[in-house]
Design a protein around this ligand. Structure first.
Ligand SMILES: Nc1ncnc2c1ncn2[C@@H]1O[C@H](COP(=O)(O)OP(=O)(O)O)[C@@H](O)[C@H]1O
Ligand SMILES: [Mg+2]
Ligand SMILES: [Zn+2]
Length: 290
């Protein structure tokens, strides 16, 4: 159904005046389904940043992992059409199912408490590039909220592509109560990009829980000396300057890379390391605010 709808969304870009009444009715139905889905989800957390490669998807996947381990019913939704990585990070290989009544998409169940939906799980060919335009992307995101059988959730974590384009805007328009978590690395290029994200949040009135600094400290595995790969402390300074909460700093840890590639987020692995401890502290900071 979702494939069909995406196609329709693509086609419908052509001539909006065609079947205008029909479209308006469909749109109303869609809005009602979105409302219905969201009403059953307590907290929506939107992970965003101005820059790619800073660790949004890793933070999203691990945040969802920790929350589900703590016993919270958690959903994880990947709306990064051009660089979906959540499916891989959680070891999901199959396409999504349809619910028995054929009305909804069934999210993938990772464990008892964690459900996942990724754009990648809709694609037959994982290496295929998606060349959707804005309206099709927005349609897909709306379907990920309204046409997915999320059920009752404590948390929905939304992993967005970098920047302030169609996808983040669609998320905010459809989930105005979402709370932003901004991810950055400590170096100036990333920080200047997240200042744009912060200004985006202010403009669209998205409340933010705060800033996470990622890939800050790296301990040399040979001599244990500390190396600041991307500098250090920039996340906290930016948070202060912008009047936002600083949620914490995550070290650079090669196990984040290997666990992500393996399809088991590091926070599922029950290891006590500087990374996992820093991550737990960040989750506690988030939970304290809710
Ligand atoms: N704290 C970290 N330490 C080491 N590698 C990390 C860390 N956070 C993310 N990575 C790695 O950096 C790369 C980009 O992370 P990703 O989460 O995909 O970023 P984004 O979603 O912002 O593009 C991935 O290979 C990921 O494994
Ligand atoms: Mg990503
Ligand atoms: Zn060394």
């Amino acid at each position: 159904m979702i494939h069909e709808n995406v196609n329709k969304a693509k086609k419908s870009q052509g001539c909006p005046s065609q079947n205008g009444g029909d479209m308006a009715k469909k749109q109303q139905e869609q809005q009602a389904m979105i409302k219905n889905s969201l009403a059953k989800i307590k907290h929506k957390i939107f992970v965003l940043s101005g820059k790619g490669g800073v660790g949004k998807s890793s933070v999203s996947a691990n945040l969802a992992a920790v929350l589900s381990k703590k016993g919270y019913k958690t959903g994880l939704m990947d709306v990064d059409v051009h660089g979906p990585s959540i499916a891989h990070m959680l070891g999901l290989t199959e396409l999504l199912d349809i619910t028995p009544d054929q009305q909804m998409l069934a999210p993938k169940q990772v464990n008892e408490n964690l459900k996942v939906v990724s754009v990648q799980a809709l694609m037959q060919d994982k290496d295929q590039a998606i060349i959707w335009r804005g309206p099709a992307k927005s349609g897909m995101i709306q379907q990920f909220v309204g046409n997915v059988d999320w059920g009752e959730l404590d948390f929905l974590i939304i992993d967005a592509p970098p920047g302030t384009g169609d996808e983040p805007l669609t998320v905010v328009q459809n989930i105005p109560e979402a709370l932003g978590v901004i991810v950055t690395t400590p170096q100036e290029v990333a920080l200047s990009d997240i200042r744009k994200s912060i200004s985006f949040c202010k403009t669209v009135k998205l409340k933010t829980l705060g800033i996470v600094e990622n890939m800050a400290e790296f301990k040399c595995p040979h001599c244990n000396e500390s190396i600041d790969l991307f500098k250090n402390g920039g996340g906290e300074k930016t948070a202060q300057a912008q009047g936002l909460d600083f949620l914490g700093s995550l070290p650079f840890d090669t196990r984040v890379v290997t666990s992500g590639d393996k399809g088991i987020p590091i926070m599922f692995e029950d290891e006590k390391t500087p990374f996992t401890q820093a991550f737990e502290a960040i989750v506690d900071n988030i939970l304290r605010q809710l």
